[in-house]
Design a protein. Structure first.
Lengths: 205, 106
């Protein structure tokens, strides 16, 4: 064995050093790290604008905290069903995979429906991208941009998981596809994680 | 091939997340100083985010370097907040002018 080869015995050249399962998983983590920076920049910008405003309304007085608390609960539930779907495919339980994946997609669709309901009511009350009858105009701008950006991610997640659900219903997802489901699950949990922060910083603080 | 590690107690994590969410909503109605409420809310939100990342995203069972990649965005966001501090120290402004008192006629 050459000296160079002896130094590199721990990692197969074709194997991702951080995620031995697949390169796809490492790719998803890198994407999520970049996406987290986008959300982080939006939330930091929100904080700066709020701190610099003298008439920023108290969000809990303007926004429906009860409804969004329930939306948070829904996303947490959908994260649980997602990990249970992953556990099901890992043990070869096709029925469990179909059921839990369906519940996850349903949770995402219900979340989006509630967000549409919330937006409709707020717009009806006069809160828009460029107008806010409760105080600072930028309150409406930041609210719709941050929740809209997150809603777009949920929509993407619902489409992403629906593709796998269709394959599962057709019986095309075997135990060999567990890694693909794990990667999709990472994305879905990230969407849940970001909402936890959005709920706190935009609705409660 | 997928990670070979013992599956965490997902339902236990769910109950923790639910309890923290209820506490968060409860805290905003408590008669406490705004600063204390803010500290509690941020603490609970970070705990919930950590639970999701560690157990649902299995970060607890991954290699440590992957955890470093995951934590970098948080570090950069804290740096961004410090970068914005000079702007934050400016005097708070109103986005709409308060209504003017009617001019008195002489």
């Amino acid at each position: 064995m050459s000296q160079v080869a002896a130094l590199h015995t721990a990692v197969d050249p074709a194997e991702s050093p951080l995620t031995p399962e697949s390169w796809g998983k490492l790719g998803m983590w890198m994407f999520l790290a970049g996406d987290a920076m986008s959300f982080g920049a939006l939330l930091a910008g929100y904080g700066a604008l709020r701190y610099g405003s003298a008439d920023w309304p108290l969000p809990s007085k303007v926004l429906g905290v009860g409804l969004t608390a329930f939306m948070t609960f829904l996303l947490i539930c959908s994260s649980v069903t997602m990990v249970l779907a992953l556990a099901a495919i890992q043990r070869g339980d096709q029925r469990g995979l179909r059921n839990f994946l369906s519940l996850t997609v349903l949770g995402g669709v219900m979340f989006l429906g509630m967000q549409a309901y919330e937006w409709t009511h707020l717009i009806h009350d006069g809160l828009t991208l460029t107008g806010n009858p409760f105080g600072a105009t930028l309150f409406g701008t930041t609210f719709f941009i941050i929740t809209g950006f997150h809603g777009a991610h949920v929509t993407g997640g619902v489409i992403y998981l629906s593709c796998y659900l269709i394959q599962a219903l057709r019986g095309r997802l075997g135990q060999g596809s567990a890694n693909s489901i794990e990667i999709a699950a990472l994305y879905w949990h990230f969407v849940d994680l970001v909402w936890i922060l959005v709920f706190t910083f935009v609705y409660l603080l | 091939m997928t990670s070979a590690h013992k599956q965490p107690n997902y339902i236990g994590v769910f109950w923790w997340l639910l309890a923290l969410t209820i506490l968060e909503v409860g805290v905003i109605f408590m008669p406490m100083a705004r600063l204390l409420i803010a500290i509690l809310l941020v603490g609970m939100a970070m705990s919930k985010a950590a639970l999701v990342a560690m157990y649902f995203m299995h970060l607890k069972f991954e290699r440590r370097t992957l955890g470093l990649i995951a934590i970098i965005p948080l570090v950069l966001c804290v740096l961004l907040v410090f970068a914005l501090l000079p702007d934050l120290s400016a005097t708070p402004h109103r986005s709409t002018e308060p209504p003017q008192a009617p001019a008195t006629s002489h």
